[in-house]
Structure formats: C-alpha cells, structure tokens
Ligand binder design. Structure first.
Ligand SMILES: [Mg+2]
Length: 216
C-alpha cells in the first residue's frame, strides 16, 4: 500500500517532484461517471462546476440529495475504477516529463480502490505510484515537498485543493488543470493556482520550461 511515507522512502531529493491528481487531470472521470449514472437511472447536468446539486434521476427536476451523491460516487469507484480512460495527451506528455521529474499521483480515490486505480493507470501506460489521499491535499503535499530540495509542482482540477496546498506549502508551483472541455468552460483559474491549462501538450511545455528555470 503506497502511503506518503512509502513514497518518501523512494524519493530522490535532488530531482523535481510532480504531484498529479488523477480524476480530470489524468483520467476522464466525468465522462465515465456519466456512463455509470446512466446505468443507475440518473444523469449529470453540467450547469456548474460541482457534482452535488447536478445529479438527477432521469426525468426529475429535483437534484438527488447530497447523501445519494456520495452513494453514487462510491458506487462509481467500485464499479468503474478499472476502466476510466486517459485524458488525451497525458501519456505522451508524461513519457517526456519523466526524464526531468519524479512523478507521483496524489488521488482522492477511496483507499479500498487504490490498488485497482494504480493497476488501471499502469495498464494504460502510466506506471507511477498512486497515493490514496483523503480530504485536503495540503498536508500530504507539504510532507512530500519537504522530502526534496528541488522544486515541487502540484496539479489538480479542484480549486479548494489549490487553496489547501497554498496554505500548507506556498512555495509549491500550483497548476489548475481541467481535462473535460465542458467542465473547463464552467470556471476560470482557481484563485490559489499560479496558472491554468486545459490540455496536456500545453501543460507539458509549461512543465518542461519550469524544470529549466524559465517560468513562462
Ligand atoms: Mg480531480
């Protein structure tokens, strides 16, 4: 089971560290979630950047209550964590970036699904350690950043995670990234991120430039 301390034992302190979220950064989470909800007689209506309040039983105008949203998300991970497809360009970009960065995936996947998520990513060409985080990511990012003398980069689609990392580890370079184009249109750059991108080729160029000390 990969934990923050397991990962630290393998980290090279002299190499930059890239901490990647999985859902909507590496994986097409929302697209796969919509397919799952259809099997449950439910649907996602993307009118704002959140799940709660936007999941409906088919034909209903009343959103399902928050506890049912949680049940749907839990059911989604149990049923689908093995076959969530990659965001376009992620694998090719990381193949180039792994020369420069040590890469780890900091995902709020339920811990019971961590092994399956890591195996699924590996099967799709992303052979990187997966840490199953719970809740805010700032504390874990702080601990990991302290294990390297080189710089750390954090990438996530959720604005509150940028706020958390900014509070705990302000020196980490924070990239707001949203893989689904429909979701990407719903919000601007997270206030506590440094930059925002929606596609992997552009993000990859930014990360290469950062590693060369040229923050664009
Ligand atoms: Mg995410």
């Amino acid at each position: 089971m990969t934990s923050v301390s397991d990962l630290i034992a393998t980290i090279d302190p002299g190499r930059p560290l890239l901490l990647l979220d999985a859902d909507e950064v590496l994986l097409r989470f929302v697209e796969r979630l919509e397919q799952y909800l259809a099997t449950q007689g439910a649907e996602l209506r993307l009118s704002s950047f959140q799940l709660s309040g936007n999941i409906f039983h088919r034909g209903s105008e009343t959103p399902v209550p928050p506890e049912h949203v949680r049940d749907h998300i839990a059911g989604f991970f149990d049923a689908c964590v093995d076959d969530v497809p990659l965001v376009d360009g992620a694998r090719d970009a990381l193949d180039g970036l792994r020369e420069v960065y040590q890469i780890a995936i900091l995902s709020n996947v339920p811990s019971r699904c961590r092994d399956r998520r890591e195996a699924s990513l590996k099967a799709q060409g992303l052979d990187y350690p997966v840490i199953a985080n719970k809740g805010e990511k700032g504390p874990g990012a702080r601990t990991l950043a302290d294990a390297v003398s080189a710089h750390t980069v954090f990438i996530d689609d959720l604005p509150p995670q940028h706020t958390s990392v900014a509070a705990h580890a302000p020196e980490i370079h924070r990239v707001h990234f949203i893989g689904d184009p429909r979701l990407a249109k719903l919000i601007g750059k997270a206030p506590d991120a440094h930059v925002r991108f929606n596609d992997w080729p552009t993000l990859g160029d930014h990360l290469h430039a950062l590693a060369q000390g040229q923050r664009p």
